[in-house]
Design a protein around this ligand. Structure first.
Ligand code: ZN
Length: 385
């Protein structure tokens, strides 16, 4: 048994009293949360830094791991997306699998214990089965044409069943407002509700997305032209993408909105009037990689339940939650570390429905124990259990 204390101990929700001691078994199970008075002082290890539960990465694309360093930075979302399509199958299945194992190993080293992972294929099943991390897979579906909703939904169910047969937690997810019809979004989020599973959707990652919905102009017309998909049926709504799709999202399904780079106060006010189970995922390093900008993080902190995600190695050089925290603090040093740690632990676990096992310090659970050291903007993490 190790008895650990540190400058501060964060529970997943808040800081614990100063004299708290964590008792951790050799197997990495948190056996007790006690006080210094109850343990022989010679047995207690005093650590410099902050102890906290293992991190939850709520947005990753493990199957894009082989694209590390392939796609240029700051191109904007349309050219980024075209780059992913072009290079996705450049490498053999074996090479792709090897890249996924390396990405998974990096996440373990970075103190991540659970991952919400977007998948378009079954390619990541093998790596997920080999991993000690908890994965929840979002089987991602795309079809802007409402006439394709049934077909794509049924194909998605078949892929979902492959994950379920492998005993992996999984649910369906629409890709993004600009790539999923309101019909498809409705079918998916209703399906998730009936299965009591969360869903996820990329949201307002570019100004082009809002332009496309408001006026049917902008860079997304170039995307659909380049990939040769006619979109004559698509009608602009005169509203932002989020306001357009909001009524199609089942309000009772836990829904992760990912990126939110161009979400504004008006969007939040529109959604505020509705009773919804929304979580908002920040992937700041990927935002800088693709669009070279960041969301209005202060506004989101004030109004929303936040989680953190790394996105994929196609748009990030690390799969590390502490690096996402560093990115935020480098740009906005006033943001409280406590809020970011809660996003990185409890909120992510709560979204994925695994808060009984992960995301907070709980007795008799293997929730992961991380030690954070260093200074704001350049923190490092050491996985202790
Ligand atoms: Zn993504």
């Amino acid at each position: 048994m190790r008895y650990l204390t540190a400058d501060r101990i964060f529970s997943g929700l808040d800081y614990l009293p100063e004299n708290t001691v964590l008792a951790i078994s050799q197997e990495g199970i948190l056996k007790d949360i006690t006080t210094m008075e109850d343990i022989d002082s010679y047995a207690i290890e005093h650590l410099e830094g902050i102890l906290c539960p293992g991190f939850v990465n709520t947005h990753c694309h493990l199957e894009l791991s082989h694209l590390k360093g392939t796609i240029k930075q700051h191109t904007g979302i349309v050219d980024f997306g075209l780059g992913v399509m072009k290079h996705r199958n450049d490498q053999t299945e074996d090479e792709q699998h090897k890249a996924m194992l390396e990405a998974d190993a990096e996440m373990q080293k970075q103190g991540i214990v659970a991952v919400g992972d977007i998948s378009n294929t079954s390619a990541s099943i093998k790596a997920k089965l080999q991993s000690p991390l908890h994965y929840h897979t979002f089987v991602e579906l795309l079809a802007l044409n409402p006439e394709r909703a049934d077909l794509v939904f049924n194909q998605g169910r078949e892929l979902l069943e492959e994950y379920e047969r492998s005993k992996l937690s999984a649910s369906l997810a629409p890709h993004a407002p600009y790539s999923a019809s309101l019909e498809l979004i409705g079918r998916i989020t209703n399906d998730c509700y009936s299965r009591k599973q969360p869903t996820s959707i990329h949201n307002q990652e570019s100004t082009a997305e809002n332009e496309f919905f408001t006026h049917k102009t902008g860079d997304y017309l170039r995307l659909y032209k380049t990939i040769n998909i006619p979109i004559d049926y698509f009608k602009p709504s005169g509203k932002s993408s989020l306001q357009t799709i909001a009524s199609s999202l089942n309000p009772k399904t836990k829904t992760l909105l990912v990126h939110n780079t161009f979400t504004n106060q008006n969007d939040l006010e529109t959604l505020e009037k509705q009773d919804r189970s929304l979580y908002w995922c920040l992937c700041p390093t990927a935002n800088l990689y693709i669009e070279n900008t960041l969301p209005d993080i202060a506004m989101l902190i004030e109004n929303c339940t936040l989680t953190l995600g790394t996105d994929s190695l196609a748009s990030n050089s690390h799969l590390s939650i502490i690096e996402e925290i560093n990115t935020i603090l480098k740009h906005q040093p006033d943001i409280s570390l406590e809020i970011l740690l809660r996003a990185a632990t409890y909120n992510g676990a709560d979204f994925l429905g695994i808060e009984g096992d992960f995301g907070s310090l709980m007795k008799n659970r293997k929730c992961g124990i991380n030690l954070i050291q260093g200074n704001a903007g350049s923190y490092s993490v050491k996985k202790l259990a």
